[in-house]
Design a protein around this ligand. Structure first.
Ligand code: GDP
Ligand code: IMO
Ligand code: MG
Length: 423
């Protein structure tokens, strides 16, 4: 068996949580391979809304196994709060969740370092989620990190040493803080973690594959936030691309099967950094309001703009996308016309690829298409798609070279339409 991978192709918040939940009945296992509580994956069904941070989005569907892989960074305090909130709403997941011993722990001092580094950057700040993601991955790569497995082996000493090292840096940055409360919640989180199956998830996953089980890997963030290929330095600190599933789970490259690339019918971004198609006008405000484009966890207003096919083509290439999934098409239901960026103009020269420096002044070249001006939120099948909507899909497929297999027309699990036309 092979694993399938689901990835965001833009700057995050494409709707990954919803689609993983929708696809889960087709798989035996759902696995997260990178990122941490910087993610906010929203699922809606039966009139309820859930936002997941570290727990894979397959947790609500029956008895599926959900795995937090080695590539993930875990904050025990936030994890405890997340699990307890789900339990309160009647979802007991302890028996269905496995955590890699090799996943790295986010310490309370990592969060402080995140804030201190951002403050030191001033106007150049990344606009991180403040969850300690960058400092935790930095410690991992510099071989100073604490891993989940360490909580069972000489933990106290390792924690004290890591904290002392972090405190030296915080002092040098003149960063003032009080750790007492956060540290207490974190220690409670560490004890809480011990109830879970702490596994070598690479063995589990390969064994499951050898036994014919099907696995869906759930990406967090988006391709344009990848530490190597995203809009560096305005990125997150992990590999959000398809290859991240290999390193973040211990899956060999030749075991990757289908790659689902998911994108919004327009584009959004949170935090700082380049966004060539960003709109600063009424249209941008309209997309933001209709699309309810506010952070799932932080409530931060998302920057909004037209779809960027140059960046999408790049993401599709890097990820090896085999199927596309378009989200939030209903947000454009009332628009008279819709724009799509097909090329960039830089210093008067037109290019159709992503340049090294997307921080420079880019003038997007747009194609304008007629809107469908139809309420799509109750549509049940592709036969009901308005003509203009079908034309928009065909235009995108032609531009992107990959079929759009699923279209989402609302936040609910049920508001999802499969396309069979090309089969
Ligand atoms: P993720 O991080 O990729 O899982 O995405 P988020 O959950 O952060 O953001 C996506 C938002 O869009 C959530 O509030 C979803 O409930 C919502 N959403 C998902 N699909 C659709 C859709 O097709 N239409 C509309 N209107 N909202 C959607
Ligand atoms: P999901 O999984 C949108 C952005 C932050 C910031 C940059 C670095 O819900 O799509 P970090 O805290 O990771 O060091 O922040 O990355 N970012 C996201 N933007 N959705 C996310 O996750 C994000 N996770 C990180 O806003 O610009
Ligand atoms: Mg999100």
């Amino acid at each position: 068996m092979k694993v399938d991978v689901l990835l965001g192709l833009q700057w995050g918040d494409e709707g990954k949580g919803k689609v993983v939940d929708v696809l889960t009945p087709r798989y035996d296992v759902i696995a997260r391979f990178q990122g941490g509580p910087n993610a906010g994956h929203t699922l809606e069904f039966e009139g309820q809304k859930y936002v997941l941070r570290s727990i894979p989005s397959g947790i609500f569907q029956g008895d599926k196994i959900n795995i937090i892989g080695n590539g993930v960074v875990l904050d025990p305090a936030l994890f405890k709060a997340e699990v307890e909130a789900l339990e309160e709403s009647g979802h007991n997941l302890k028996k269905r969740l496995q955590i890699s011993q090799k996943a790295h722990l986010i310490l309370p001092t990592h969060r402080l370092l995140d804030a201190a580094y951002e403050a030191a950057k001033g106007a150049d700040k990344v606009g991180t989620t403040g969850k300690g993601i960058g400092p935790t991955y930095t410690d991992k790569v510099s071989r100073n990190g604490l891993r989940v497995g360490d909580i069972l082996h000489g933990f106290a000493e390792k924690y004290v040493a890591a904290k002392a090292r972090h405190e030296k840096i915080l002092k040098a940055l003149n960063y003032e803080y009080d750790l007492t409360e956060a540290e207490q919640a974190w220690m409670e989180g560490i004890e809480f973690l011990k109830q879970f199956a702490l596994v070598d998830s690479e063995h589990e996953i390969n064994q499951l594959l050898n036994n014919g089980k099907s696995i869906l890997c759930e990406g967090a963030q988006g391709t344009m936030l990848d530490v190597d290929f995203g809009s560096y330095p305005f990125v997150t600190s992990s590999n959000t691309i398809c290859a991240g599933a290999c390193t973040g789970l211990g899956v060999a490259p030749n075991r990757i099967g289908e790659v689902y690339g998911i994108f919004k019918a327009y584009c959004t971004r949170v935090g700082s950094g380049p966004f060539p198609t960003e709109l600063f006008d009424e249209t941008g405000e309209r997309i933001c309001n209709v699309g309810n484009e506010f952070g799932s966890v932080t409530g931060r207003k998302r920057r909004c703009g037209w779809i960027d096919l140059v960046a999408l083509r790049y993401a599709i290439m890097i990820d090896g996308v085999t199927h596309l999934i378009m989200m939030k098409s209903d947000v454009l239901d009332d628009f008279e016309s819709i724009k799509a960026c097909v090329a960039y103009r830089i210093n008067g020269e037109e290019i159709d690829y992503l340049p090294y420096n997307i921080n420079e002044e880019i003038d997007p070249v747009y194609v304008e298409l007629p809107g469908w001006q139809t309420d799509m939120t109750h549509i049940q099948s592709e036969d009901e798609f308005p003509e203009e909507f079908n034309a928009y899909l065909s235009f995108l497929e032609e531009q992107l070279g990959v079929p759009i297999k699923i279209v989402s027309v609302g936040p609910d699990r049920e508001q999802t339409i499969e396309r069979y036309t090309d089969d």
